[in-house]
Design a protein around this ligand. Structure first.
Ligand code: MN3
Length: 380
């Protein structure tokens, strides 16, 4: 396939799988960026020979430069490098799979440069939803969702009239603690939380899946991507992760997208849209599964989920505040500074702590982000 791609976050789980897709279908990789995994970034650079690479962690710039001194790849670093890669003239599509709020500025930069974006960085839309969607409309660029649920919805919208959509059904695996009571969650350890039943992902998103914050972030992401009211989004726990999400139209016809739980399918569709090419995941066998189940989420136990929905219903800076508070709380949990249930307590408390404020520019997002992180650090 004749398409040129830049990949931000190339050494992470989505990044490495994206490179597999590029290799399999002959997409040209023109730029790679990683946070701090110098060794893997070097390997990727040798294999794909991009024109540019960027290491976000500036302290590792020297090491990367010496490792790649025998190549012709140009080496960049920091946020400036990330943004330079996001706006490269020669790329047709920018895949953003950076972890966290850091991904927002590169997304805005790519859109501003008229690039289509394959978006795997959910914090981009959670924190800067208004900014990102209005800029994308203005620049006439498309955001292709990489997240499996949003890719499913995007796929279910193909060939139908958007204005006849009545709601979406966002499926959730329920994470490793589905069915547990709030009291039972008190004794959860880091090792328990890092085990996910269906998906193999990075640490941050695995914890977010255990707290169901991930589904809360996806709820907000869906609202922005598909221009929905919060009331039009229903979350359904579906333990098998086979139905990746569904949409309901005005005639109550429900269309779902199904597949094996493997991120390669949505990654590939985002990169090769509208083509559907062979994917190395293998076929879905419904009879191997036999039964698919659907249940309501437990909003009382999984406080992060209810907090995220409340945040987007209130609007303004609240989604950004809960997201940043969550990033800080997850970091603290992974550093053994707080317990599992404290993540939910901290994220919910942001809703009581902060007054309503509006987001009218990038600075407002940064300001809200800073305030939320300070608030969390002071509580730990
Ligand atoms: Mn997902």
């Amino acid at each position: 396939m004749n398409r040129t791609v830049s990949i931000l976050g190339s050494t992470g789980s989505i990044g490495t799988q994206s490179l597999d897709v590029c290799e399999k279908h002959g997409l040209k990789v023109t730029a790679l960026a990683a946070h701090s995994s110098v060794k893997l970034l070097e390997e990727q650079t040798r294999k794909f020979a991009p024109e540019y690479v960027c290491i976000y962690n500036e302290g590792m710039y020297g090491e990367l430069k010496s490792r790649l001194s025998d190549t012709s790849t140009k080496i960049l670093c920091g946020m400036e490098g990330l943004c330079q890669i996001a706006a490269l003239e020669q790329s047709d599509i920018v895949l953003n799979s950076v972890v966290g709020m850091v991904g927002l500025l590169p997304t805005l930069t790519a859109i501003n440069a008229g690039k289509n974006v394959a978006l795997a960085n959910k914090e981009t839309l959670v924190a800067g939803g208004t900014l990102v969607t209005s800029l994308a409309r203005e620049k006439g660029v498309t955001i292709y969702p990489v997240d499996s649920e949003h890719s499913a919805i995007f796929q279910c919208l193909q060939g139908n009239k958007r204005e006849q959509l009545s709601k979406i059904i966002l499926t959730a695996s329920g994470g490793p603690f589905f069915g547990k009571s709030y009291d039972e969650l008190r004794s959860v350890t880091k090792a328990d939380a890092l085990k996910h039943p269906n998906w193999d992902m990075g640490n941050k998103i695995t914890i977010d899946s255990a707290t169901l914050m991930n589904k809360g972030l996806e709820f907000i992401e869906a609202k922005w991507l598909f221009d929905l009211e919060p009331e039009q989004i229903e979350i359904v726990v579906h333990r098998q992760s086979v139905v990746h999400s569904a949409v309901e139209y005005n005639d109550y016809s429900v269309i779902a997208q199904l597949g094996v739980p493997d991120m390669k399918i949505p990654i590939q569709y985002a990169l090769t849209y509208p083509d559907r090419l062979e994917c190395p995941t293998g076929r879905l066998s419904l009879t191997d599964y036999g039964r698919l189940t659907f249940e309501k989420p437990d909003y009382g136990t999984f406080k992060c989920l209810s907090a995220a929905i409340e945040a987007i219903s209130r609007g303004g800076a609240y989604p950004c505040l809960v997201n940043s508070a969550n990033e800080e709380a997850v970091r603290a949990f992974l550093n053994d500074e707080i317990s599992f249930i404290q993540i939910g307590e901290i994220v919910s408390s942001v809703l009581d702590e902060f007054e309503q404020s509006e987001i009218s520019g990038y600075e407002d997002v940064m300001e809200a982000d800073k305030k939320a992180r300070e608030f969390v650090r002071n509580r730990i």
